[in-house]
Design a protein around this ligand. Structure first.
Ligand code: GLA
Length: 384
């Protein structure tokens, strides 16, 4: 993005020509879906689509925000900090509130922000806003919080101000992203390991359904509860079980008949998915991209049939991609009910894939899909 436009707007609105400039990227996830809030493993990376901010302090004790994407201003007294009825502003207010809960008193701040992460596409534009703003407050007011603490605050902001009980993956990937590296994160211990994303001859291609079904956030929270129901039941057999991460597949199978089928299938998916992340990490290390691709296909099937967070549009894209010569991996990505599929496509077939999948999608659904070829980049940071 052209940061001069942001700076210009910031100067025009707030009369400050030398703001802090922060870039906060979107994220993809190779594999490990709906595992983060089950204390499991994920394998995401930050991408070259981002939200950019121009920010400075003001001495008026006001939060003054301007969203370039909505061409809208927002203002609130810093002392009156609370949730507003402006959805986009809540992502920033929620972060300020987390700092407040840690005993800081964020003063006045003027922010202009905007970017090219498509909203509702499952690329975590909201987490990019949250983490970017956390970094801004931390820098401008010199709070000295660590990157990991900012990740946690951004996640909490999403819980408390956006009402989505998300795991930690998005905020983590966005802050800790590294150029050409995917990150395997243990969502319980927060230990992580980078893996070189050298896809020799293959390319990551995202295909955006351009739909986001309205049940997405309620269904997300419901899945979380269904997983907890499974844990509660399995705990009877082993009190050490705290999350689905602790449940071996054998134990689940042993007690299958004592559980509601729906809860059983939710648990089975999560346990299998954790195993797939471990195997994918090894496969990538060994340069076995084909195995990674096969595991991604299995993930889609699990998300569609057992976890039930896919939708017609995502399945149309997946079914087309899996049979396409040159595609070795494909699956829906993120929370579900819309957004993108992630595909691993042979370099030589990328152009043909893009053309044919968009044509097929339009013929079957009447809607136009958008394709994004993404590069893996560094996480949130100050750029000026
Ligand atoms: C959303 C959430 C994440 C994660 C994914 C599913 O992106 O924000 O925490 O749970 O869905 O893997």
């Amino acid at each position: 993005m052209d940061t001069t436009a942001l700076q210009k707007k910031h100067n025009e609105l707030f009369g400050n020509s030398n703001p802090l400039l922060v870039r906060s990227p979107g994220r993809i996830n190779l594999i490990g879906e709906h595992t983060d809030y089950n204390d499991g493993f994920v394998f995401p990376a930050a991408i070259d689509k981002a939200i950019w901010f121009a920010a400075s302090k003001n001495d008026k004790a006001l939060f003054r925000f301007y969203s370039m994407d909505y061409s809208q201003s927002f203002e609130m007294k810093a002392d009156d900090l609370s949730k507003s009825n402006v959805a986009w502003a809540n992502y920033l207010l929620g972060v300020a509130d987390q700092f407040k809960k840690r005993g800081y008193q964020p003063g006045g701040v003027d922010v202009v922000f905007g970017g090219d992460i498509p909203i509702g596409a499952g690329l975590s534009s909201s987490a990019a806003v949250e983490t970017g703003f956390a970094m801004i407050l931390n820098k401008l007011f010199g709070y000295g919080e660590s990157n990991m603490e900012m990740v946690k605050m951004a996640q909490k902001a999403e819980h408390e101000y956006a009402g989505v009980m998300c795991g930690i993956m998005d905020q983590f990937a966005i802050v800790f992203g590294k150029k050409q590296q995917a990150i395997k994160l243990d969502c319980r211990t927060l230990d992580f390991e980078y893996a070189n994303l050298n896809l020799t001859g293959y390319q990551i291609v995202l295909v955006d359904t351009k739909v986001k079904h309205s049940l997405a956030s309620s269904a997300y929270n419901q899945r979380r509860q269904e997983c907890e129901t499974g844990v509660k039941m399995l705990k009877k057999y082993n009190p050490d079980i705290v999350a689905l991460r602790d449940v071996p597949l054998d134990l689940l199978l042993e007690h299958k008949n004592e559980m509601e089928d729906l809860v059983y299938r939710r648990c089975k998916y999560v346990i299998e998915e954790n195993n797939r992340v471990a195997e994918s990490f090894e496969a990538l290390h060994q340069g076995n991209i084909r195995r990674l691709g096969e595991l991604m296909m299995d993930t889609h099937a699990g998300l569609r049939d057992d976890f039930e967070v896919s939708c017609k549009e995502l399945d149309i894209l997946f079914d087309f991609a899996k049979d396409f010569n040159g595609v070795i991996g494909s699956r829906m990505m993120g929370g579900g009910f819309g957004g993108c599929t992630i595909n691993i496509v042979a370099q030589s077939e990328v152009e043909r894939f893009k053309l044919e999948i968009t044509k097929h999608y339009e013929q079957t659904t009447g809607n136009k899909a958008t394709v994004y070829q993404v590069e893996v980049v560094d996480g949130t940071g100050v750029v000026g």
